[in-house]
Write a protein that binds this ligand. Structure first.
Ligand SMILES: [Zn+2]
Length: 433
């Protein structure tokens, strides 16, 4: 068996075809044809702590992958390693499933979109869902492709809202139950992955969606086997949407503390998922860690903006953090989304959720298994046999400090290591291609 470190693995994979050809030749000439062939397409990652995505942690774990699939996950000594497998030693490192961002907004043109998906991959995000402002043709086309070093895409196509002049005109602007139902039916025909609604008067500027409009959307979506997620602001709308059968919230309740009535409604519907999508904490933070993908001038602007934050800047975060903890304490299912598209924001959101009061372990489950479930991407979200080999190798344990998710040694998507160095140098040169 060969022993390699991570940096040698790419070369081995490139040589794999030749190795297999030689193995075939050797087998043909061999006088002992009954011998098992060498498993040259198998890689064994050993010595790391494995965070599997369902809350389980395996110290000194072994992860076996064959091409793009995980075949075995277990403790050292309890996993059979096939002969001829490439062994990767990860002592001191932590392996966790790649992240899934259920709330992003993608570019409307192909090249910038692919660049965004590669930035997501760079930061360890295996899949993103874009919620409601998409060019459906482009999104569907990219969704159907396997793109090297890029996150998978899911799309809500066009979302549904009431007329909001001055805001984006991509979504359906509906004013009658008939229009609302027709919009949902058209989205189903266009094979979106989920339906997005906005229920927000934007500080009194617009007439927002009411039960008369959102109920037919939810009914029609469910008839087509689609789920509905809603952007909300108010507690009262959250209650109405739960009563109408909503499947997920793309934001938490933001106007007031959640109350017993909401908790009772939610507990009667335990499949309904919260994506907290927390606002900024309102405190200054050193952003130099995003420098691999964000230009220095932009980071400097962020630091300038932070210096001007008023003392009240964290009020919205504090309220939503309290609501998140209350919902967590009541057993509500929590997933993960950032409402962004740069990739690095996933790590900020993980830290924000921990700052709100969730444990690092809970937050990782939210951003892996629970997010995969919400998007119905069965092959992602867990380190488990049969799943796609999409995972992060971290230099430090995120269960000790959630910001350790930023200390990425390598990212694997579909069994292939993302070429982060090549992406980094392309972006450093100012390119998007
Ligand atoms: Zn959004």
């Amino acid at each position: 068996m060969r022993s390699l470190n991570v940096t040698q693995v790419r070369a081995v994979l490139a040589r794999g075809v030749m190795v297999m050809a030689l193995a075939t030749l050797a087998a043909a000439c061999s006088s002992a044809p009954e011998e098992a062939p060498l498993a040259t397409d198998v890689m064994v990652f050993e010595g790391a702590r494995l965070i599997t995505g369902d809350g389980t942690v395996i110290d000194d774990g072994v992860l076996v992958i064959q091409r793009d699939r995980i075949t075995e996950v277990g403790r050292a000594g309890e996993v059979a390693v096939p002969n001829g497998a490439t062994r990767v030693h990860l002592n001191g490192k932590t392996v966790m499933p790649a992240l899934i961002d259920t709330h992003t907004h993608i570019a409307a043109e192909r090249e910038p979109l692919l660049d965004q998906l590669q930035r997501q991959a760079y930061w360890g995000v295996a899949a993103v869902a874009s919620l409601g402002m998409d060019d459906i043709e482009l999104a569907r086309q990219v969704r159907g492709e396997v793109i090297a070093d890029a996150a998978r895409l899911r799309t809500a196509g066009r979302g549904i809202t009431t007329p909001e002049p001055g805001r984006t005109e991509v979504p359906y602007w509906v004013t009658t139950p008939e229009e609302a139902r027709a919009a949902a039916a058209e989205l189903a025909k266009n094979q979106v992955d989920i339906i997005k609604m906005w229920v927000d008067d934007r500080n009194g500027q617009y007439k927002k969606m009411t039960p008369e409009l959102w109920t037919p959307v939810i009914e029609e979506a469910h008839q087509h086997g689609l789920r509905v997620t809603a952007h909300i602001f108010n507690l009262s709308d959250a209650k109405g949407l739960l009563r109408a059968g909503l499947d997920a919230f793309a934001h938490g309740v933001r106007d007031t503390e959640v109350d017993e009535e909401l908790l009772a409604l939610w507990k009667e519907r335990p499949h309904v998922v919260l994506v907290p999508n927390l606002p900024g904490r309102g405190v200054a933070e050193d952003m130099s860690w995003i420098g691999d993908t964000v230009p220095a001038a932009e980071i400097a602007r962020m630091h300038e903006a932070q210096a001007k934050l008023p003392p009240t800047a964290g009020a919205s975060f504090q309220l939503q953090a309290r609501n998140l903890v209350t919902l967590r304490d009541n057993g509500i299912r929590i997933a993960f989304g950032t409402d962004s598209n740069g990739g690095w924001q996933a790590h900020q959101e993980l830290a924000d959720m921990v700052a709100a009061g969730m444990t690092p372990g809970e937050v990782i489950v939210a951003a892996t298994r629970n997010a995969a479930d919400l998007l119905k991407i069965d092959e992602l979200g867990l380190l488990a046999p049969g799943k796609s080999a999409d995972f992060l190798v971290l230099d430090a344990n995120p269960l000790d400090d959630i910001t350790h998710t930023r200390r990425i040694a390598s990212v694997y998507l579909r069994g292939a290591e993302v070429d982060r160095a090549a992406l980094r140098s392309r972006w450093a040169a100012g390119g998007t291609e």
